[in-house]
Write a protein that binds this ligand. Structure first.
Ligand code: NAP
Ligand code: G4F
Length: 350
């Protein structure tokens, strides 16, 4: 049984992938954990229910929205947190092209709203603040490993909004002396990843195919085929459990600072597809090129993957690779998961 450590944490975006893992981590460290949730017509707390099977351990939830400054200020005044982790965001890069203004409001101005809430409640000197910044800030136009000094070149409304949030965090640190940190996190995944992100989309589809083969069910090529966009995009993929541990460490340091969290190796979407099918015991073979490229099951000849340009983005981030040297040296942060371990866990849980 964990003893209370006397500290209170407030997590925005607590119903998301990272929010749920972070809530679990902080609860296990003895924090009183509070979270901000949006009102939804159906419950959206499934990740918290998964990681907190014991109802009595679950975080205290408050209704709020990153677009509603008054509500955020009321929650901060009531909770009086020692640490705030600002994870709430419209986090889907492709969707941000369809909802650019909304994304700016939540992911950009939302950061100012919560920082102002801390100031208005008189907590600026004592409340530590984490901002969920992103490797999307870099734009990924070459294969160089990005660190805290690499110039930014965001390539989507999401990236632009997050750039505003990044600088808001730096500015409140410099202007008001707040303990405010940016975690510039490269992609991190898990069985709790949203189903429209590419890793979860792949593992769900491959697991369904594996089940059909094992049950000797007919494979319907209309519905079973996995449709993907740019399979040559490369990402530095880690596991969310490792990354929330890094967020926590940033707020335990003597001084506030900004840190990259990444594994230091990257893989293409194509590599991820192959690894997922390998974990399912299937070997695949690619035929054709460009939009006509397809993947087939070597043993059965079934069509498995095809390209759908609907998943292309108006501006792609072709390659992301992170250099986590600073986090390793100053935080002692080291990811535990390998790429294969991540894929296998996601396949087992899919
Ligand atoms: P996620 O699963 O999409 O979760 C996003 C969370 O934000 C959800 O709880 C969502 O609530 C909440 N939210 C969205 N709009 C909101 C609003 N207007 N007001 C209040 N809450 C709102 O994202 P994630 O993967 O956990 O990522 C957490 C944060 O890290 C995000 O800021 C993301 O941009 C950033 N980030 C993620 C990665 C990654 O690879 N996962 C990498 C770098 C940075 P609902 O449940 O109601 O939708
Ligand atoms: O899984 P994705 O949608 O993640 P993306 O765009 O890299 O963004 C994620 O990581 C960021 C950190 O770098 C976060 F800030 C952000 O919030 C989010 O968590 O796409 C990964 C890659 C892209 O290059 C995309 O074009 O996969 C490519 N892709 C190919 N086919 C696809 C698909 N992406 C999605 N979502 N769906 C596809 O069918």
């Amino acid at each position: 049984m964990t003893l209370p450590n006397g500290k209170t944490a407030l997590i925005t975006g607590i119903t998301g992938q990272d929010g749920a893992y972070l809530a679990r981590l902080l609860t296990d460290k003895g924090y009183a954990v509070h979270g901000i949730v949006r009102r939804a017509s159906s419950p959206n707390t499934v990740r918290l229910e998964t990681l907190f099977p014991d109802k009595n351990m679950r975080p205290v939830l408050h209704h709020g929205d990153m677009t509603d400054a008054g509500g955020l200020t009321r929650i901060v005044a009531e909770v009086r947190p020692d640490e705030i982790y600002n994870l709430a965001a419209m986090s889907h890069v492709q969707v941000s092209f369809d909802n650019p203004e909304y994304t700016g409001n939540v992911d950009g101005l939302g950061v100012i709203r919560i920082l102002e809430a801390v100031r208005e409640t008189g907590l600026a000197a004592q409340c530590r603040f984490y901002q969920a910044s992103t490797s999307e800030l870099y734009g990924g136009l070459n294969n160089e490993a990005c660190n805290e000094t690499t110039p930014f070149h965001p390539r989507s409304p999401y990236g632009i909004a997050k750039l505003y949030g990044y600088w808001a965090t730096v500015n409140y640190r410099e202007a008001y002396g707040m303990f405010a940190c940016n975690g510039i996190l490269f992609n991190h995944e898990s069985p709790l990843r949203g189903e429209t992100f590419v890793t979860r989309k792949i593992t769900k589809a491959v697991a369904a195919y594996k089940n059909s083969i094992e049950r000797k069910e007919p494979v319907d090529s209309q519905t079973a085929v996995l449709k993907l966009g740019n399979i040559d995009a490369r990402r530095d993929w880690g596991h969310a459990a490792d990354y929330v541990a890094g967020m926590y460490l940033m707020l335990q340091q003597p001084e506030p600072d900004d840190y990259v969290l990444a594994t230091g190796e990257n893989h293409s979407v194509r590599d991820f597809v192959e690894a997922a099918f390998a974990a399912a015991g299937r070997t695949i073979e690619w035929r054709g090129s460009g939009e006509a490229e397809k993947a087939f099951d070597t043993a059965t000849g079934n069509l498995l993957v095809e390209i759908d340009p609907a998943f292309y983005r108006p501006a792609e981030v072709p390659v992301l690779l992170g250099d986590p040297s600073k986090a390793r040296a100053k935080l002692g942060w080291q990811p535990q998961y390998t790429f294969a371990g991540l894929v296998n866990e996601m396949m087992d849980a899919a």
